[in-house]
Ligand binder design. Structure first.
Ligand code: ATP
Ligand code: PRP
Ligand code: MG
Length: 223
């Protein structure tokens, strides 16, 4: 038996839902199948057909934490999540590959009929509700717009409808959620996709196990 086969498997942190679904074809391209689907199973540790790799299922915004502390050797997280994490832990994660999955954009949206440009022009202090306070703070600071940020953990689209905020900063993909709530996007902040993130110590100590997997993800994400 080779020493590699004796080493503990690499642990990759994924969130269920769209990231898991969109990662499956990348794993398949690398010849890796998963032993069960986290949407059906309640299991949080999932074996794969590769004895060198197991998956753990965590909340999307917890992926960087598991990887940074080395509880996972690598993981997949949206750029939105990585920006918020980096605000507290700068440079903590190695981010070698943009996988081009879970694509959407971060945008400013307001209630239909709210004159956002006029408000900005008049120097009104805007109340902005968002889960993405770091990205929002940087965006408005770069524009020189004063905002009061209100931290939310989800359903941002509701905030302008019930008078909690004038605007939101949220992810937009099809635009259906905005439309269903009579909101319109008034400014794009940045395109978002998910990246592979790697623990910095594992990159050195587990290089022989990691490199073939990183190469496989790199190839699969280019297809
Ligand atoms: P958490 O559990 O941390 O609250 P979440 O439940 O919102 O996160 P997901 O909705 O699965 O987790 O989002 C995971 C990632 O997918 C986000 O960080 C973002 O990068 C991307 N994403 C979110 N919404 C969309 C969307 N509508 N279309 C495409 N990609 C998206
Ligand atoms: C995400 C995001 C928006 C929505 C945008 O929510 O937070 O609400 O997608 O997508 P759309 O432009 O295609 O409508 P998600 O589906 O992840 O639900 P969540 O509130 O559980 O995160
Ligand atoms: Mg979501």
């Amino acid at each position: 038996m080779s020493s590699q086969a004796l080493a503990r498997p690499l642990t990759m942190a994924l969130s269920k839902g769209r990231i898991f679904e969109e990662t499956l074809p990348l794993l398949e391209a690398a010849g890796i199948r998963v032993s069960e689907n986290p949407e059906q199973s309640r299991k949080l540790i999932i074996a794969t057909s590769d004895p060198n790799l197991r998956l753990i299922i965590v909340r999307a915004s917890d992926v960087p934490t598991y990887v940074e502390y080395g509880a996972a050797d690598l993981g997949i997280a949206g750029k939105d999540v990585l920006i918020e994490h980096a605000a507290q832990h700068p440079g903590g994660l190695y981010q070698p590959i943009d996988l081009n999955i879970a694509k959407c954009r971060l945008a400013v949206a307001v209630r239909k009929g709210f004159d956002y440009s006029a408000a900005v022009h008049q120097g009104a202090r805007l109340r902005v509700a968002t889960k993405y306070t770091q990205a929002a703070r940087e965006h408005f600071a770069a524009k020189g717009v004063y905002v009061d940020l209100i931290k939310l953990y989800g359903s941002m689209e509701l905030a302008p409808l019930v008078g909690l905020a004038d605007a939101i900063v949220d992810l937009v993909s099809t635009g259906n959620t905005l439309k269903a709530n009579d909101l319109v996007a008034v400014e794009d902040i940045m395109p978002i996709s998910s990246r592979l993130v790697v623990n910095r110590a594992a990159l050195k100590t587990r290089h022989a196990q990691l490199q073939p997997l990183l190469d496989a993800f790199e190839r699969a994400s280019r297809k």
